[in-house]
Design a protein around this ligand. Structure first.
Ligand code: MYA
Length: 228
């Protein structure tokens, strides 16, 4: 996504959400299988991953309905914008969900998007550092994952966004260490507003853990940079 509106303090064209080529260093994608992924996490990953490419008759492959979204621990490192962004690029900032090094200890997740159906899914395995009620996942960690899946979905639909409202109903607790599925669907777009619904469910679909309505507002990237 490209932002190019001019303002006195944000005058250059700023590309924040794209990965410019050539990369200075190859970013590490954290949403690929590692040794901590349990069988359920692997099964769902393979289920969606296998639908990212379709074999054609007579050989060859074409893009499928789903697309795996990469996930990095920094965003601005890979942005362009020259001098204007240099202060932020050099900072120690890391994406909250990707800042714990031990595999499996916290947020293990992968996102897939289906642009035809305007849907996004997240497969989330909750590690032992995310405990809230004994043996179960902290509500804030669940909200973080809902924000991540719906926020990514909203940015795919509308470019840079900020979460304005997350309205979460917690229906049943999530056992620590388990894998759950987050399903994000576009409800409507009205001007700058993007309204998305999201369900967190057990992987067999038999249990609903949370139901959410999220409101995102498209923003001018300068909204963030002017405060940096
Ligand atoms: C490929 C994808 C890559 C992406 C990677 C991402 C990975 C990570 C993803 C992780 C994702 C993490 C994401 C995060 O964690 S984002 C971090 C958490 N969110 C924030 O910090 C946001 C803080 N708030 C703000 O900055 C501003 O308030 C915003 C920008 C939201 C709006 O301020 P702005 O000055 O721009 O707009 P406005 O005030 O003129 O309002 C405009 C309209 O909106 C309506 N309105 C506003 N607020 C609310 C509300 N709360 N409920 C209901 N309605 C609300 C308002 O009535 C008005 O409606 P109308 O009168 O026009 O009808």
């Amino acid at each position: 996504f490209t932002h190019s509106r001019s303002s006195p303090s944000c005058s250059s064209s700023v590309q924040l959400w794209t990965l410019p080529l050539p990369f200075l260093s190859k970013p590490r994608d954290f949403s690929v299988p590692n040794s901590s992924w349990g069988p359920e996490m692997m099964r769902l990953y393979e289920h969606y991953n296998s639908q990212c490419e379709v074999e054609m008759e007579g050989g060859g492959k074409r893009e499928g309905l789903w697309r795996k979204l990469p996930s990095y621990n920094r965003i601005l490192k890979y942005a362009t914008g020259g001098v204007y962004l240099s202060k932020i690029i050099q900072s120690k900032a890391r994406l909250f969900t990707r800042n714990i090094r031990e595999p499996g200890a916290a947020f293990e997740y992968v996102l897939f998007a289906n642009s035809e159906e305007q849907k996004c899914v997240g497969i989330f395995q909750a590690g032992h550092l995310l405990e809230g009620p004994p043996g179960h996942v902290h509500g804030g960690a669940i909200a973080t994952m809902i924000d991540t899946v719906t926020g990514t979905h909203a940015s795919m639909l509308s470019g840079p966004v900020m979460t304005a409202n997350l309205n979460i109903n917690y229906r049943s607790p999530i056992p620590l260490g388990s894998t759950v599925l987050l399903e994000s669907c576009l409800d409507k777009k009205e001007g700058r507003k993007i309204i998305i619904t999201c369900k967190v469910m057990s992987t067999d679909g038999s249990k609903v853990h949370t139901e959410t309505t999220a409101l995102f507002l498209s923003i001018n990237v300068c909204h963030l940079l002017e405060r940096a």
